[in-house]
Ligand binder design. Structure first.
Ligand code: NAD
Length: 283
């Protein structure tokens, strides 16, 4: 029976740690790190995400502002909003909630965020820094996944890591982080020929696909650390991951549940990135 990695508890302790640092900055320097989230339109899931980012940032004493713009906001108006936030010294982190309405070019919007305030780590400058092994702002879900891996493995050096999924948001950046930690990294994707055999090599298996139960129990090397990034809603409304948890938990050494695994770490890492951006800009 695998150790079930408690992402909720790990996220709560990370937030508490960040909260102490925020309080110390306030006491010593009278400054409050500021996170600004921009939401365009009224996608219900995005509304929920933005509200919880706002709430958790406020809870640890950060200043958190949500800019809720109407669905018909033009790309030019959104770019003007970002220019304003880029220029405002009290703004440490800027996050544009995705997806954006179809009439707006997402790439152009991300390119317009000051890379020093890009707490989602999606700006090409930050993606390039990560690929080059240089310091920068790293996407939150990959960062959270790595913290969970490190919470159960004392050393990653030389381990075989397999990442299923090659998205800009999760698969690619988490693979870069594993490489930085000296793993031997394989990135598998929808065209991979023998996904089962590839997964079976993994000491660390990261699933970031978006297909419920894709990874079967017999694809897992006994004792492996399994991080399930997938969030899939089943017809009955329940959330489930990309890994067949009931099977995998019998084989793996450690595994994250869905929900309660990577999800809570993502927002905690957003707060951590806001603090990182604060220190990089304001010392
Ligand atoms: P995406 O759709 O951008 O990318 C999915 C990737 O999976 C692609 O690279 C594709 O090549 C690969 N893929 C698709 N079908 C495959 C198959 N049959 N076999 C192997 N590979 C296959 O998705 P994403 O944004 O990377 O998100 C992946 C999952 O993670 C989704 O379920 C998403 O909801 C979830 N997610 C969770 C969090 C979190 O906070 N926990 C954050 C972001 C995304």
């Amino acid at each position: 029976q695998a150790l079930i990695i408690d992402g909720k508890a790990a996220a709560a302790s990370l937030r508490a740690e960040i909260g102490l640092e925020v309080a110390a900055i306030k006491a010593r320097r009278g400054l409050v790190p500021g996170l600004h989230v921009v939401l365009v339109g009224d996608d219900p899931a995005s509304r929920v995400y933005v509200a919880s980012k706002e709430k958790l940032a406020a809870e640890i004493g950060m200043s958190s502002v949500a800019h809720r713009l109407p669905a018909e906001t033009s790309e030019a108006e959104l770019l003007a909003k970002l220019a304003e936030l880029n220029a405002d010294d009290s703004v440490d982190g800027i996050l544009v909630q995705l997806p954006l309405p179809k009439h707006i070019d997402t790439g152009r919007v991300i390119d317009a965020i000051d890379p020093a305030k890009d707490v989602d780590g999606l700006h090409p400058i930050n993606a390039g820094r990560l690929a080059g092994g240089k310091p920068g702002l790293v996407p939150c879900t990959p960062l959270g996944s790595m913290l969970l891996v490190k919470s159960v493995l004392p050393s990653l050096s030389g381990l075989e890591a397999v990442v299923v999924g090659r998205s800009e948001l999760v698969g690619r950046p988490v693979a870069q982080l594993l490489l930085q930690a000296d793993c031997t990294v394989t990135i598998a994707h929808s065209r991979t020929r023998d996904l089962a055999a590839t997964c079976r090599r993994a000491d660390i298996l990261i699933a970031a696909v978006g297909r419920p139960g894709l990874v079967k129990g017999d694809w897992i090397k006994p004792g492996a650390t399994v991080i399930d990034v997938g969030i899939n809603r089943l017809p009955d409304g329940k959330l489930t991951g990309d890994v067949d948890f009931a099977e995998a938990v019998k084989v793996a050494g450690a595994i994250t549940p869905v929900p309660g695994g990577v999800g809570p770490m993502t927002i905690a890492c957003l707060l951590r990135n806001t603090l990182t951006a604060f220190h990089a800009r304001r010392g």
